[in-house]
Each structure stands twice: as structure tokens, then as C-alpha cells.
Design a protein around this ligand. Structure first.
Ligand SMILES: NC(=O)c1ccc[n+]([C@@H]2O[C@H](COP(=O)([O-])OP(=O)(O)OC[C@H]3O[C@@H](n4cnc5c(N)ncnc54)[C@H](OP(=O)(O)O)[C@@H]3O)[C@@H](O)[C@H]2O)c1
Length: 335
């Protein structure tokens, strides 16, 4: 993060919604450089963020660079960049460094008047933590899975989607998501270190049978389901007696650390940019394993949401399920 006023140049290696925020931070006449475009999505920016600001847009994509240069030229480019960084550290006027998971905090800091003074040289949410690229498997490739997948690839994670009818039916979805996304079978998706369960309640037994995992061995499964039974317009909440839907799903996932999340929001609000002028869209989450809860919270915060942990699967799940006070509650957290 540069010291002083607003930056004259910003380098965006991710694209999509992040571009909007970075463009907003630039001083007028500044330069926006799109590099890498990992999200594979179009650059997004509102017209008000660019009109009359005399901005310059530059960029190169990793694909362009990789295909347009010989291996020798690529090696010399990398060598040049490393030498430049070593020889001229003043070019990299650093006021503070942030873990990628804390990029929202870094952006807020750049936009703060008088920023960059009296700050420690290094800042990270936890001294031992650094951003890990995750492979996220998705059981389901519908509205919810696609919405979460878009945030995940924008944050640099790999996603493996799966569906009922087979990978060919989601080829265009995967194309739109870009190079970090792939389509496979439920069994392949279920091998990922973190899995999102996003199929209809009545399809859960089939999806899990297709996933074929006998013991999840401590892997995290995010349960985004709602316990709808019946067919539209006669949808009803499944009657599970005293058992909340979250625990019912957990009982079908032996050895998994289940975290209930995303089910309280309509898919359109999961898909949208969660950052609003009044605050960040809240994602409630509930789970019995504090480390799994923390990892899911970190992930959803990386997507730009505000994670609010409301407790264990039993009591939290009850609050979040259909008919619970948090179901359909679209709330913002003021930072
Ligand atoms: N839509 C919302 O606003 C919303 C919001 C929060 C939570 N939820 C909950 O999230 C879950 C998913 O909802 P959605 O709206 O994303 O549904 P959706 O758009 O209808 O997508 C469902 C996906 O599940 C796949 N599927 C069905 N059976 C399967 C199987 N046996 N194995 C693997 N995949 C299978 C479907 O595959 P095909 O494409 O091949 O049919 C489809 O991709 C539901 O439990 C819902 O209640 C929905």
C-alpha cells in the first residue's frame, strides 16, 4: 500500500468487483493497470466512478503474456522484475503490507484521509496466517453454487462444480467463470478440501450418494440448503421434529465439519457485490467446530461479506433455517 495521498497507479491482478473499488481509490488522472485478470470476468465499474476523471486504463493478461513471449523472453521478464525490486526498493514505497485476505482493510486504509502514518510496517490478521489458494468443490451448479463460485474465483480460488445432468450441461457456466473453474462429477467435486452443498433439499440424498464419500475425514462442508419439500408453488418446510435442518444434513455427512452458511440469503444477494455504501452484506454462519467456522468466516470475508458467527449447528441452524428469525434477513454490517 503506497504512502501519502490517493494512489496515482493501481495494479489489479484479480478484476471483477475489485476493479470497481480500486478505480474508486485512484486520484483523478491516475492509471489503472489490469494485470493477470484471474477472475476471467469483465472489469466492472460504475459510470460515476470514471466519468470526468481522466483515468488511463492499461493492462496485460497472464494468458497474453504467456502466449505472446518465448520461454527465453518470459525468463528475462521475470529476472528483470526481480532485479528491479531488489535494486530499486524506493520504487515500492510501502506504508504497510496486508495479507490478501485483509484486502478490504487495505482498501479502506488507502481511502482514509492522512492514511499511512504511524502504522506498523507489517499488518496481518494473524502473524502465522497467509492467504491460501483453496480448491472448493460444489455439489450443485445452480444459482447458489454459481454465485459462490464467482466470488471464489474472484478471490483467486479454484472451484470444481458438479451437477445432476453431467459436466457438459455446465460447460458454458464454467467458461464464464474463467480458468479457475472446472466442471466434473459430484465424486470429483467432493474430493476438494472444502465442499459447498447447494442442491435442493430433496436432491441431497442423491447428490451425496453420487459424491460417494464414506468418511469426510474432517473436511469442511458448507451447507447452503433450505429444507424445502414439495413443488412450487406449494413449497413447505420439511418437518424434522426437534432436529434442525443443519443437524439433519450433518448426520448425512459422516466425519465432516459442517458449517451452515449462505442459506439465509436469496441467491441474487449472494451473487451481488456485498460491499455497499452503508456496509457489507452479512453472511450468518453456524457450526460446531470453531476452526471450521473461522475458516469459513475468513473465506466469506475474502469474498467481501461480513461473516457473523451465531453459534453451533443446533441453535444457530434453528435461527437460520426456514421460519427462523434470520431466514431471508438481508442485513448490512457497518464497518
Ligand atoms: N435460490 C436461492 O435463492 C437460494 C438461496 C439460499 C439457499 N438456497 C438453497 O440452496 C440449494 C440450491 O438452490 P439453487 O437455487 O442454487 O438451486 P438450483 O439453481 O435449482 O440448482 C440446483 C443444482 O443442484 C444440482 N443437482 C440436483 N441433483 C443433483 C445430484 N443428484 N447431484 C449433483 N447435483 C445435483 C442441479 O443439477 P442440474 O443443473 O444438472 O439440474 C443444479 O445444478 C437449495 O437447497 C436451496 O433451498 C437457495
Amino acid at each position: 500500500m503506497a504512502l501519502g495521498g490517493r494512489p496515482r497507479v493501481v495494479l489489479d491482478a484479480v478484476g471483477w468487483a475489485l476493479a470497481t473499488q480500486l478505480i474508486g481509490l485512484l486520484e483523478n488522472g491516475g492509471t489503472f493497470i489490469a494485470y493477470g485478470l484471474l477472475s476471467g470476468e469483465p472489469l466492472l465499474s460504475s459510470t460515476t466512478a470514471v466519468i470526468g476523471r481522466e483515468l488511463r486504463i492499461r493492462g496485460v493478461s497472464v494468458g497474453q503474456w504467456a502466449h505472446g513471449r518465448t520461454p527465453e523472453l518470459q525468463a528475462s521478464d521475470v529476472e528483470f522484475a526481480v532485479k528491479l525490486a531488489r535494486k530499486a526498493p524506493e520504487l515500492f514505497d510501502v506504508a504497510a503490507t496486508y495479507d490478501l485476505t485483509d484486502f478490504q482493510e487495505a482498501l479502506a486504509e488507502v481511502g482514509r484521509p492522512g492514511k499511512g502514518r504511524n502504522r506498523p510496517a507489517h499488518h496481518a490478521s494473524h502473524p502465522c496466517e497467509s492467504k491460501r489458494v483453496m480448491r472448493i468443490g460444489m455439489l450443485g451448479a445452480g444459482q447458489v453454487a454459481q454465485a459462490v463460485a464467482r466470488h471464489a474465483v474472484a478471490a483467486g480460488h479454484q472451484v470444481a462444480l458438479s451437477n445432476c445432468r453431467g459436466p457438459a450441461f455446465i460447460a458454458s457456466v464454467v467458461d464464464r467463470l474463467g480458468p479457475l473453474a472446472s466442471a466434473g462429477t459430484p465424486a470429483e467435486a467432493a474430493q476438494a478440501e472444502l465442499v459447498l452443498l447447494a442442491v435442493w433439499w430433496t436432491d441431497v440424498p442423491d447428490a451425496l450418494a453420487a459424491a460417494g464419500v464414506k468418511d469426510w475425514q474432517g473436511r469442511i462442508v458448507i451447507d447452503a440448503t433450505n429444507q424445502f419439500v414439495g413443488n412450487p408453488p406449494n413449497l413447505q418446510a420439511a418437518d424434522l421434529g426437534d432436529v434442525p435442518g443443519s443437524e439433519h444434513i450433518a448426520s448425512m455427512l459422516p466425519g465432516a465439519r459442517v458449517v451452515k452458511a449462505f442459506n439465509t440469503l436469496y441467491a441474487a444477494y449472494i451473487a451481488a457485490d456485498p460491499r455497499h455504501p452503508a456496509g457489507r452484506q452479512i453472511v450468518f454462519l453456524a457450526g460446531d467446530d470453531s476452526e471450521a467456522n473461522r475458516r469459513v468466516a475468513t473465506l466469506v470475508e475474502e469474498f467481501g461479506f461480513a461473516a457473523v458467527n451465531i453459534g453451533g449447528l443446533r441453535e444457530g441452524g434453528r435461527l437460520m433455517q426456514l421460519g427462523g428469525p434470520l431466514s431471508g434477513l438481508h442485513a448490512l454490517k457497518q464497518d
